[in-house]
Design a protein around this ligand. Sequence first.
Ligand SMILES: NC(=O)C1=CN([C@@H]2O[C@H](COP(=O)(O)OP(=O)(O)OC[C@H]3O[C@@H](n4cnc5c(N)ncnc54)[C@H](OP(=O)(O)O)[C@@H]3O)[C@@H](O)[C@H]2O)C=CC1
Ligand SMILES: O=C[C@H](O)[C@@H](O)[C@@H](O)[C@H](O)C(=O)O
Length: 310
Amino acid sequence: MAAKSFKLNTGADIPALGLGTWQSETGKVKEAVACALKSGYRLIDGAYCYGNEDEVGEGLAEAFASGAVKREDVFVVSKVWTTYNTRVELGLDKSLKSLGLDYVDLFLVHWPLLMNPDGDHDKFPKLPSGERDIIRDYNHVDTWKQMEKLVATGKTKAIGVSNYSKRYLEQLLPHATIVPAVNQIENHPELPQQEIVDLCREKGIHIMAYSPLGSTGGPLLTAEPVVKVAEKHGVKPSTVLLSYHVARGSTVLAKSVSPERIRANLEIINLDSEDKKTLDDYSSSLAAEGKLHRYVYPPFGVDFGFPDKS
Ligand SMILES: NC(=O)C1=CN([C@@H]2O[C@H](COP(=O)(O)OP(=O)(O)OC[C@H]3O[C@@H](n4cnc5c(N)ncnc54)[C@H](OP(=O)(O)O)[C@@H]3O)[C@@H](O)[C@H]2O)C=CC1
Ligand SMILES: O=C[C@H](O)[C@@H](O)[C@@H](O)[C@H](O)C(=O)O
């Protein structure tokens, strides 16, 4: 049977599957969260930047009130947004207030850079040129030192990072008193990121895979090798794409606001060695052709050290 959960370096369990909420429209995300929890999900992934944590909180409250789940049975994730990277406790407080919670299970550094906290917008400050207003001489390690202080407050059970390349992790780890519990990265057969996955495994950092379907519209659902494995098992391509991560020992996040797809995404199967080879060969052939595909790369204009974008 496919794993249902994994152990973090804190000793806590983290579910193998979570519901994503990026781009989940207000008006739909409350129902999505409540539906997911009532259907068996035990992890909800959110962020201040998504602008919908109030509604995520309403969905959590509805699921708690229905008796379907208790707070302690749900793993709630939030992330500090880049304009708050010098004010991480304030960022966490704002998320907790929106979510209606007194703690999250995991709080992540969303991206390793600082956008101007005194700029012209709370989340996306811009320069007169229209570019994002980024403080270029800021060291992301300073954000981590603030994150470490949060653990003692009890407002988060664990801390981690997101969008950290091998280069950035190697800058961070020598200064870390607390090793990140998680690195949340874009990950799928078109972007296997094996070098980061291997480094994280060696350091005891759990991978959370985002955009497993290729993000908006799920472009990976029609990739030929994915369809082939799905047909072999008589399952949907989405099941193959989600199961790929669980087979690699990672947690996977799938976003949907459709109750039918939320429930369908619960199906995780065991992939055998032939399936894994089919998907790995697909990754290798894309790499050889220089066609690895990163679907999420916001216009920060910063080199984050990912080999496909450096
Ligand atoms: N740390 C970070 O920087 C990032 C984190 N994330 C996290 O990871 C989560 C997942 O990644 P995300 O980029 O949203 O994309 P996903 O790869 O989860 O794909 C979501 C898209 O696929 C559709 N979809 C979902 N399930 C199915 C299905 N079974 N069949 C067909 N289509 C389906 C959704 O539409 P519909 O809703 O209509 O079903 C939506 O258009 C995010 O929501 C977020 O929580 C994502 C990106 C960056
Ligand atoms: O988590 C999802 C993504 O990282 C998202 O937060 C960013 O892409 C953001 O919309 C941006 O434009 O910088």
